[in-house]
Design a protein around this ligand. Sequence first.
Ligand code: NAP
Length: 286
Amino acid sequence: MAQTNYTLLGHPLGHSLSSFIHEALFRLSGQDASYSLSSIPPEEFPDKVKGLLELDGFNITIPYKVEIMPYLEHIDENAALYQSVNTVKASTNGDGTSVHTGYNTDVFGFHKGIQSLGTSLSAGHVLLIGAGGSANMIATETALVGSRLTIAVRSQSIHKAERLRDRLMNINPTAHVTVSDLSNLTGPYNLMVNATPVGMFPHTNECPVGDETIKACAHIFDLIYNPVETNLLKIGRRHGKAVSGGISMLVWQAVYAHMIWYQAEFSQKEIAAIITAAENKIIAEF
Ligand code: NAP
């Protein structure tokens, strides 16, 4: 069988972990496939995107998760809900024409990530830090399962969190959503999710919330994966909380792309080994 070809579209891509993770997944499944990085500046996007549509599939990261949508013939339900595509699969119609379908695999990656903490969004009150792209997806998933949700942001962004709350109330009019300033949190919460870059390399001493808020949470999930253990997670671990960083989410969203592209199947043990290898790579190289 001929080699299949995939890429990651984004800009700038810098020091990306994607090739490492995807190549490991292709190797595990015995696929003869290439995975490249396509860092395309915005002014070249309209021309160069046509070349990507010739591939078997590709992933998309910032800033093209929305821009890619008009180039695709089909959009999957989750990607349509979040207006965000991070995976494309090319297939061929009966008449030989190409069809491109856009998916969002971050949702799957996030659920698998918090599952590794031994909890879920439906297990109790969720404290979500941030109201950006990822927070939007996590807030919507929480509202859909009907759990209590507190969206906490810095004071200058309260209006963004209120806009998100209004959107959630349209999706589920019985959702329990509170908007709060980051400095005014009480709890208790079952799960805290940090969906801000606060604490990310090189600002590794920063933490989005104070000690008292950390103590009020049973489980803490930080979307940041560099460093592997953020200051938030270190403090949480010291207080005996169940904590996890974002690398599991990053790996699981890639796993789901392989399930979409060629119906790949992996064991939990195989994925756990890739998560550990990716963590070791970050510690050694990033
Ligand atoms: P985004 O759309 O830019 O949203 C960032 C959010 O963080 C905004 O609500 C922003 O609020 C807030 N924020 C930024 N700086 C802040 C500060 N100093 N104090 C308080 N809030 C602050 O970003 P995103 O795409 O959602 O990504 C968020 C984080 O998740 C990033 O660290 C990203 O690397 C990580 N991520 C990880 C994965 C994974 O697979 N593990 C996947 C996606 C994203 P303002 O409006 O006030 O600026």
